[in-house]
Design a protein around this ligand. Structure first.
Ligand SMILES: NC(=O)c1ccc[n+]([C@@H]2O[C@H](COP(=O)([O-])OP(=O)(O)OC[C@H]3O[C@@H](n4cnc5c(N)ncnc54)[C@H](O)[C@@H]3O)[C@@H](O)[C@H]2O)c1
Length: 335
């Protein structure tokens, strides 16, 4: 006798419907995954980068296992095609596959770009809350794409009273489209445009960087009110800037790879002493939020696969509970 084992496929609209309005829950899931990773309750092999034909096209596989009460294993497979944006679609696309810890068999396929963007934004907002001494009077968003839109959504959950946001992007059209969408979504916030990254960084206490730059161009951070930098795209800051700053990461082994600014800084500085601590250490109270009161702190998260699978598991649970997604017979079970 044999029977089919089901797999639940959860498409993007269902993932968005499940996660919209659940920002606090998403942040709790991400914070718990960071803490478990810090305790060594995870296995996170290095991400595998696959360059693809075309200008800067690539796909990345992020396999991971997360232990504890809500143990989960799986892989995120995500592609980045920057030219998609000019064609009117998103740069990133992908999925997360979850595998049973009892049988090894895949049981869920979850749309991955939304999961990836929300976990990235959640980690940025958690870092912002932990590292910034006070709510910033004005937030700067460098790079007006999908990731910074999500970062804005989560930052406004952490700090609902932020009234001013400054935007900058190489593409004026991207700034205009972002501002229009953001004004409609967050009517209580005033959006303005900065001429370039220097003007943006000089005018904000907190800046989130999410561009598609592949080589560093930010050769200095301004003095003044800038206190916290969320360096999500990882390749914008010159290595000298990183070496001079207070650096907090998600995982030093992961982030010092793939030509990130920290990887370049490690090579330039002959080690990783410039990295002060992980975000999980700050969250656990084992490290201070800042090295000194006046130097900007830079948070550089490589983006760990444990965050993707932890959030994908939550999506799978909600989808299974609410009858969302499509259940298909997948594997043959003999018996
Ligand atoms: N660290 C993480 O965990 C993590 C996770 C997901 C995505 N990311 C990164 O976030 C970045 C943004 O992703 P996205 O989906 O928003 O991309 P996107 O293509 O939607 O938007 C990126 C924007 O950056 C702008 N840009 C490019 N170079 C610039 C520069 N030098 N100065 C100012 N603006 C510039 C582009 O014009 C574009 O509007 C990517 O680099 C991606 O790899 C990081």
């Amino acid at each position: 006798m044999s029977a089919m084992e089901d797999i639940l496929i959860v498409p993007g609209p269902d993932v968005a419907a499940i996660l919209d309005g659940e920002e606090a829950e998403v942040m709790a899931i991400v914070a718990a995954a960071y803490a478990a990773h810090e305790r060594g309750e995870s296995v996170v092999p290095h991400s595998c980068f696959l360059p693809l034909p075309g200008d800067r096209n690539r796909a990345i596989a992020l396999p991971a296992y997360l232990g504890g009460e809500r143990a989960v294993a799986g892989v995120k497979w995500i592609a980045s095609f920057p030219e998609n944006v000019a064609r009117g679609s998103a740069r990133a696309s992908g999925l997360v596959v979850l595998s049973s810890l009892a049988t090894g068999r895949p049981y869920a396929v979850i749309e991955g770009a939304i999961v990836s963007a929300r976990r990235t934004a959640a980690s940025a907002a958690i870092a912002a809350r932990a590292l910034a001494a006070a709510p910033p009077p004005r937030i700067g968003l460098l790079g007006c794409g999908a990731i910074n839109f999500e970062v804005l959504r989560f930052l406004l959950v952490v700090w609902p009273h932020v009234e001013r946001v400054l935007l900058a992007d190489l593409s004026p059209a991207r700034v205009a489209a972002f501002a229009e969408r953001a004004r409609a979504r967050f009517p209580g916030v005033a959006f303005a445009t900065a001429a370039n990254w220097r003007a943006l960084a000089a005018g904000c206490a907190l800046v989130s960087i999410a561009t598609t730059a592949t080589t560093p161009y930010m050769d200095a951070l301004p003095g003044g009110e800038l206190r916290t930098v969320l360096h999500l795209s990882l390749r914008d800051l010159a290595p000298e800037v990183v070496l001079a700053a207070d650096n907090v990461v998600d995982d030093a082994d992961h982030v010092c790879r793939a030509q990130t600014s920290l990887h370049l800084a490690e090579r330039r500085g002959g080690g990783r002493r410039f990295i002060r601590c992980t975000l999980a250490e700050v969250l656990a109270g084992a490290a201070a939020p800042k090295r000194t009161a006046d130097a900007p702190t830079i948070f550089s998260p490589f983006g760990l696969g444990v965050l993707d699978i932890a959030l994908a598991r939550y999506v799978w649970e909600q989808a299974a509970r609410d009858g969302k997604g499509t259940r298909l017979p997948f594997a043959v079970r003999s018996g």
